[in-house]
Design a protein around this ligand. Sequence first.
Ligand code: B12
Length: 530
Amino acid sequence: MSKEEILKALADAVITGNDDDAVKYAQKALDTGIDPQEAIIGGLAKGMAVMGDKYERGEVFVPHLMIASSALYEGMDVLTPHIKKDESTRSVTGVIGTIEGDVHDIGKNLVKTMLAAAGFTMIDLGNDVPLERFIEAAKENKADLISVSALMTTTMTGMDKISEMLLENGFRDSLIFLVGGAPVSPQYAESVGADGTAKDASAAVVLAKELTSKLGPVDERWSEAKLSVTKTKYKDAVLKKKAAASTAGNVGLETAKKIIDEYNKVGTKQTSKMSHKDRVFAALFDKKVDRLPVYPLACGITRKFVPCTYKEFATTPEKFASSAAAAVKYLDVDTYVGLTDLSIMSTDIGADVIMPDEDTPSAIHLKDYEDIEIPEVKKGTRIHSHIQAAKLATEKLHKEELNAPFVGFHEGPLLTLTQAMGADRVLHDMNADPATVHKALDKITGFVNEVSTAFFDEGAADAICVDNLWSNNIIMSADQYWEFDGKYVYDRQLPVFKKYNAPYVIHNCADAVHFDIQIRKFGTSLYSYA
Ligand code: B12
């Protein structure tokens, strides 16, 4: 028989599921000097490929495949011991297996056989291998290589989990991680963070040899020091993967996403060309919008579009207004919430200010409550200049091409006081000397109201957002918040907003807010949150 005839006879033995023929022609291949590797790949495996095609066309069924694979293994048992080991390959230890939930092991066994022939020491975990077993075996054997096979789309996803476990345990840089099997593409291998894949056993060997030859000394790679450095290196990647996984399983978030998608779909059909202004006002009045309005508290970062320094952004009306317009233009935000920094009003009531070129200005606290001096809101004060900047920004945002509302921003009573005196001091005095704190708040509320009034009178904003930072149930109880801030807002600020028929927009930088007071009592219509 010629070589071609023997290879065909081996393939036929698998196709017909004939164990005896498989053994017979395997022996014949050896006797006639055919390379055993070639007999496996070009004979037995070819037969299995034919059966695979037939199965896919519905011509044969699972039992036929089992009989075929049995013949394949009979033939391999004869051929495998005669495969010449490549002694030139440096000592490489590999862990191999088919992933959890997957019993297909023919391809995995071929890869194992070829790697063993290439001189690798292969530790075979079998099929249906629990994911953590790959990790344990890699560590136990200080492996150079992990080879994971999957034949089903439902099981290949476990490769990503193995990758994550390698990162988490700090093993990722200690070994080469290869994945393979019919459904595994190079793109998929990359997406799970593997070092590569190959379409068949021969290519797998070439790849494994090449990649493992670049590894450093085994004891160094598997030293505790190296593992702990790698763990730290990949900490972020692991956290991100975990966060992504937890988001994927988070029913609340998923539901929210679905609702937003649904909402956006419905809205888009109805009102496809809303201006920023229409969108914000429609949302305010619970009307349908084409998409949810976006209004980040953009702060100083938008100065980078102009560009200008932080100092210029905070002190030059033209630069501030240009930043607002650029934000709407480039970021497509629906409105600009005009905060520059939280030192403006405390500076005006007496505190000194530190004004770096490229950082947020901050106030130097006053020594005594008596030092607080309430100015008139007029030229020369920082808030007056800021209101002029807001007015300019409003004009720019109203222009035809942008058509977006501008939301002015200033601090509420308690925040203004804490900015002037220091938060520690005021929080302490709220208990130790409440009368003094109330006296100061009384004066400051008058000033805060003058500021809102000036914004409205100047037409410097479409709405005003007030920062009531201390409405935070970690820092103070609802009763305390009400006594030292809420009541001042309710009794004295809200009437001003009512007079101008303006919504009371609240900003809060905290996630533990006294919503009951802010929403129920203040009737807040918009909430800005950072
Ligand atoms: C033989 C076979 C079986 C045999 C497996 C026998 C055995 N001991 O392995 C039996 C009958 C048991 C079987 C069962 C099932 N099977 Co089946 N089976 C096949 C079949 C026909 C061939 C697989 C095979 O051995 N190919 C030959 C080998 C040599 O190729 P390979 O595995 O791809 O490996 C090569 C390369 O991929 C690469 N490689 C492999 N591993 C690695 C690893 C690395 C690191 C690298 C670099 C390379 C690499 O090198 C290998 C050698 O060249 C395929 C169809 C197909 N065309 O793939 C279906 C197939 C895989 N089976 C399938 C299914 C659905 C099943 C069953 C669920 C059927 C059922 N209803 O019960 C069960 C699975 C049960 C389970 N939990 O796992 C589906 C999977 C569908 C999918 N997309 O997920 C397939 C694709 C058939 C189909 N088209 O529907 N099956």
